[in-house]
Design a binder for this molecule. Structure first.
Ligand SMILES: O=P(O)(O)OC[C@H]1O[C@](O)(COP(=O)(O)O)[C@@H](O)[C@@H]1O
Ligand SMILES: [Mg+2]
Ligand SMILES: [Mg+2]
Length: 320
């Protein structure tokens, strides 16, 4: 596999982070290549194990993790924390950064040819692995994702707006297409796994009931629903045309804090969304004010158009 990529418009990327971002991009092009070959590349969705969270590990989850870890070794990343590995690894003696990654997000969509992605979060490294990641999400210095869809895109923020790059596969170049993505302030679209309805809390049920009531309800407008099952794809849709996404805590055992993990899913998605003028909360508190108490800790996630996220918060406040 090649390890070269070029990210165009490097002036928008902090110079010290460029090599790390470039390494992520190079691997993502190879991952995109594997995904594009689908079944021709073997059984990518075959179950090969279980991760710490009890999730099935698919062949592509493990392959992507190995590819990112190998490419980052010996570079500027001192601590590497992955969804697919129980503990963080030291990948260099002196590297300046701590990088957390969901190497393959949306695993249940691998075998159905639906968009999947990679999510990453970067902090300045501290002396220990855990202290590098278990800190307020507002201390991230970069957050982003790569979406493996009909087009492969990189969406990233360094704390100064949200940038979008699209891969030109023939040239192995990520080309800047948007310098300041903006989440529309409101929308008609909501995203939630409705099969969990009977387990929801009162405020979540009240908010979704209001959406379902359409123009006869308190919002006075019709709504539409989407659920892809890949957080990266939902985020990209919401960044592009607005909407709200909810993965709340519910009453299923193990789902008290929802399904999504703070360090390598919720924190970077929250940073990308907030930098684009949207909001991301746990239902009440901004995700960027929260800090995980474990590498794989979960947190309820509500994000998207500012007005819609505020309505969910209002429901939670009313319920107290
Ligand atoms: O299975 P559900 O309840 O629809 O959950 C879907 C969510 O789980 C995830 O697949 C979890 O991520 P992984 O695939 O990385 O484990 C998200 O991408 C998605 O939003
Ligand atoms: Mg994920
Ligand atoms: Mg994953």
């Amino acid at each position: 596999m090649t390890t070269q990529a070029t990210v165009i418009a490097p002036d928008l990327i902090p110079e010290a982070l460029y090599p790390t971002l470039n390494a992520l991009c190079a691997v993502s092009i190879d991952v995109a290549g594997v995904i594009a070959r689908g079944a021709l590349g073997g059984a990518l969705a075959a179950q090969v194990g279980e991760n710490t969270d009890g999730d099935q590990q698919k062949a592509l989850d493990v392959m992507a993790d190995e590819m990112f870890e190998a490419a980052l070794r010996g570079g500027d990343v001192r601590w590497y924390a992955s969804e697919e590995q129980e503990a963080a690894l030291q990948t260099s003696e002196t590297g300046r950064y701590a990088l957390a990654i969901d190497p393959l997000d949306g695993s249940s969509n691998i075998d159905v040819n639906v968009s999947i992605g990679t999510i990453f979060s970067i902090f300045e490294a501290k002396d220990g692995a855990e202290e590098s990641f278990l800190r307020p999400a507002s201390e991230q210095i970069a957050g982003g994702y790569i979406l493996y869809g009909p087009a492969t895109c990189l969406v990233v923020t360094f704390g100064n707006g949200t940038l979008q790059y699209v891969l030109d596969p023939a040239k192995r170049e990520f080309v800047l297409v948007e310098q300041a993505m903006q989440v529309p302030q409101t929308s008609k679209e909501f995203a939630i796994n409705a099969s969990n309805e009977r387990h929801w809390t009162k405020p979540v049920k009240a908010y979704i009931d209001a959406c379902l009531a359409g123009k006869d309800g308190p919002t006075g407008m019709e709504h539409n629903m989407r659920w892809v099952g890949s957080l990266v794809a939902e985020t990209h849709r919401i960044l592009t045309r607005g909407g709200v996404f909810l993965y709340p805590g519910d009453s299923r055992p193990g789902y008290e804090s929802g399904r999504l993990r703070m360090v390598y899913e919720c924190a970077p998605i929250a940073m990308v969304i907030e930098q684009a003028g949207g909001k991301a909360t746990d239902g009440a508190t901004p995700i960027l004010e929260r800090q995980a108490d474990g590498l794989h800790a979960r947190v309820p996630l509500v994000f998207g158009s500012a007005e819609m996220v505020q309505q969910v918060t209002d429901q939670h406040v009313m319920d107290h």
